[in-house]
Design a protein around this ligand. Structure first.
Ligand code: BES
Ligand code: MN
Ligand code: ZN
Length: 510
């Protein structure tokens, strides 16, 4: 699909379809008023007859509207103008694209990007529109022998901006949206693949492919023997019950002209989580193929950052394992010595994410990072606390927390902070080792983060628990979401802007 930006009058568009907004109650948007004028009140007469109230989700497809050069005019309900915020706008765009796809249109010019969204500018509206369009058009049918939707016409969507002056900004927003959407698609595809295909080895191969596409991106894969030699025993313990070999995948993106300290992204890559000997119940166990969504988000984000050529350094670290029961599997009560030297009593083999992450987070120390962000489908408790809308966010550094929350707000991929107070730390005390891998029934998301915090004392760190947000479970829309690629990429874009500003300041001093 091709996405373009244009500024121009709606009545002059020679296209298959133009898309206009109608507010509730039966009110024309600014652009719709123009079409109403050239058509001698055609639109207002339709609204008067009661065919479209303007409720969100409503639509009306018109053909041969007088005074226009377009084959069709698609009217989209936008709700009340005063109430048009981020969420409403995103929903309006999604439904418009879905409805458009059902028509026979080859291309369309969409004027919904000119709507007034509360405290949002043109660049934001274009970015969101293009990302929502990509999301609405996403299909995962690699493994279906009979593909549906063979009757696909739509080739191109043009989004409109109010004046030529805005074209530059909008083009940049288009570019960002394009690359972020590709990153989201990569993460979705990896998440949706079945666990017999997407194994730790497969993830490593995908990382290598990604690195082969970019000059300044390189890849290192540590095999089981390397992990043994270096002492990543917490990671190895998880992998022992499976015949799938573990991998530690490391990606290095180097594009910073000055700042050498990299941003490190650590993604949980459990390609299937059966729980191990602490076996999970059968219901919905298939969804544990998504337990590598953190890893997928790291690959998607690095892909977007490299495509955008952000002038910073980024390291991706992906501990990849399969968690299965077996004759060699780790047992409740086993104690291992992690890479950090701290001993861990594994009281529940289903709390495996924090085990592999602990070694990966220790491994991250060697990069002397500017910040470390780990991304993990870590706790069922987070699904209970925040549901499917917000990631859980816990961190040892307030400015980093703020940056991530703001990047989440801007990108429509929100995170919500939970407290990482010392009071919770005693819940992971162990009778027999330095710490236990579970902290009891209370505050499960926080005690999981407390566990990770024992391995992140040497740098600025934030943890995103994406257990509720990485995939959707409802039958109709079941599948990976590609989150938090938009949040992370936005965060990195903003960090690069800081770098660019610093560089300019240096230039100025010279
Ligand atoms: N991958 C799961 C967390 C999870 C569960 C994510 C359900 C999404 C939906 C994780 O490895 C896990 O099993 N966590 C346990 C921890 C517990 C044993 C302390 C959990 O949340 O039940
Ligand atoms: Mn588990
Ligand atoms: Zn897990």
């Amino acid at each position: 699909m091709e996405f373009n930006i244009k500024s121009g009058h709606p009545e002059k568009q020679r296209t298959a379809c133009i898309i206009l907004g109608i507010y509730e109650p039966r009110r024309l948007s600014e652009i719709a008023k123009r079409i109403d004028k050239v058509s001698d009140g055609y639109l207002s007469s339709i609204l008067r007859r009661g065919d479209l109230e303007g409720f969100p989700g409503q639509s009306l497809l018109l053909h041969n509207v007088p005074g226009t050069l377009a084959d069709r005019v698609l009217l989209i309900g936008c709700g009340r103008e005063r109430e048009l915020g981020d969420m409403q706008y995103r929903n309006i765009i999604s439904s418009a694209i879905r409805i458009l796809q059902e028509t026979g249109s080859l291309e369309a010019v969409c004027y919904l990007t000119e709507l007034n969204v509360r405290s949002r500018g043109t660049a934001w509206r274009i970015r969101q529109a293009i990302e929502m369009a990509h999301a609405a058009l996403y299909v995962f049918d690699q493994l279906k022998t009979i593909k549906q939707n063979t009757r696909r016409h739509l080739r191109k969507i043009v989004f409109s901006v109010t004046s030529r002056r805005e074209l530059g900004l909008a083009e940049q927003a288009n570019r960002e949206a394009q690359k972020i959407s590709e990153g989201v698609k990569l993460a979705k595809d990896l998440g949706n693949l079945p666990p017999n295909i997407c194994t730790p080895t497969y993830l490593a191969d995908q990382a290598k492919i990604l690195c082969s596409l970019h000059e300044n991106l390189s890849c290192k894969v540590l095999l089981e023997k390397h992990l043994e030699k270096q002492g990543l025993n917490a990671l190895l313990a998880v992998s022992k019950g499976s015949i799938q070999a573990p991998r530690l995948i490391i990606l290095e993106y180097q594009a910073s002209p000055t700042k050498d300290a990299p941003f490190v992204l650590v993604g949980k890559g459990v390609t299937f989580d059966s729980g191990g000997l602490s076996l999970k119940p059968a219901k919905d166990m298939d969804e544990m193929k998504f337990d590598m969504s953190g890893a997928a988000a790291v690959l998607g984000t690095i892909s977007a950052a490299a495509e955008l050529q952000l002038p910073i350094n980024i390291v991706g670290i992906i501990p990849a394992v399969e968690n299965l029961p077996g004759g060699k599997a780790v047992k409740p009560g086993d104690i291992v010595t992690s890479l950090s030297g701290q001993t861990i009593e594994i009281l529940n083999t289903d709390a495996e994410g924090r085990l592999i992450l602990s070694d990966a987070l220790t491994y991250a120390e060697r990069y002397k990072p500017a910040a470390v962000i780990d991304i993990a489908t870590l706790t069922g408790a987070c699904v209970i606390a925040l549901g499917k809308h917000a990631h859980g966010l816990l961190s040892n550094h307030n400015p980093l927390t703020n940056d991530l929350i703001n990047a989440g707000k801007f990108s429509g991929d929100q995170a919500w902070e939970l407290p990482l107070w010392d009071e919770y730390q005693e819940q992971i005390d162990s009778r027999f080792a330095d710490l236990a891998n579970i902290g009891g029934r209370e505050a499960g998301t926080i005690t999981a983060a407390c566990f990770l915090s024992r391995f992140t004392r040497k740098y600025r760190w934030a943890h995103l628990d994406i257990a509720g947000t990485a995939w959707l479970s409802d039958k109709k829309e079941k599948g990976a979401t590609g989150r938090p690629v938009p949040l992370l990429t936005q965060y990195l874009i903003e960090q690069s802007q800081t770098v660019i500003k610093e560089l300019n300041a240096l230039e100025y001093k010279k």
